[in-house]
Ligand binder design. Structure first.
Ligand code: GDP
Length: 179
């Protein structure tokens, strides 16, 4: 099944997205005792399908409440990419694309992982400008030929289902390439 790392610059909405994905869905298992650097893997079942989320933001379980603590770490990001077969690169629709986004995107593809770009916070953009922003982003990240782009709002939950379908598709394509 898809092993999904959610990566991106601080403040783009990774934690919000993780929490949105966890939502009320049943969490089957969550930790990886004995692994280095407190990395956490969360298995979740969504619409009858199983995913493993590989955390980069340091999710802690506190009773029934999941809390994501932002701790930007390049090492954690690279480790998560290593362990994933699909990577969701979250970018902020409301901010200019940084060099970091482009670098990390290039790295993900070079590492042979399927790449899904989640353009988050589209709710913060006027609806008539959304199309331009997506086009602009795709242009700036044009070298990410094989990336899929999805406009989402982690806060409101829009576009999440489609994005997960994109993850499924990217995973299937990656598996097909291997066999
Ligand atoms: P992280 O550092 O990448 O984990 O980002 P967070 O999940 O902590 O989010 C950073 C800030 O962006 C918080 O204030 C969130 O409420 C906000 N945010 C996250 N997702 C969205 C979204 O879809 N729309 C809007 N408008 N704000 C968002």
């Amino acid at each position: 099944h898809p092993r999904v790392a959610i990566v991106g610059r601080p403040n783009v909405g990774k934690s919000t997205l993780v929490n949105r994905l966890l939502g009320e869905e049943r969490v089957i298992a969550f930790d990886q005792p004995g692994t280095t650097r407190d990395s956490i893997e969360i298995e979740l079942e969504k619409d009858g399908k199983l995913y493993t989320l590989i955390d980069t933001a340091g999710i802690r379980k506190r009773g029934k409440v999941w809390e994501a603590v932002e701790k930007f770490s390049v090492i954690k990001t690279l480790q998560a990419i290593e362990r994933a077969n699909v990577v969701i690169l979250v970018v902020d629709a409301d901010q200019d694309i940084g060099e970091q986004d482009a670098h990390i995107g290039g790295y993900i593809l070079e590492a042979g992982r399927a790449l899904v770009v989640a353009v988050n916070k589209v709710d913060a953009i006027d609806s008539d400008k959304r199309k331009d922003i997506a086009t602009d982003l795709e242009r700036k990240l044009h070298f990410l030929d094989f990336a899929e782009f999805h406009k989402i709002s982690a806060r409101h939950g829009t576009g999440i289902k489609k994005m997960l379908e994109g993850v499924d598709g990217a995973f299937a394509a990656a598996m097909a390439k291997l066999s």
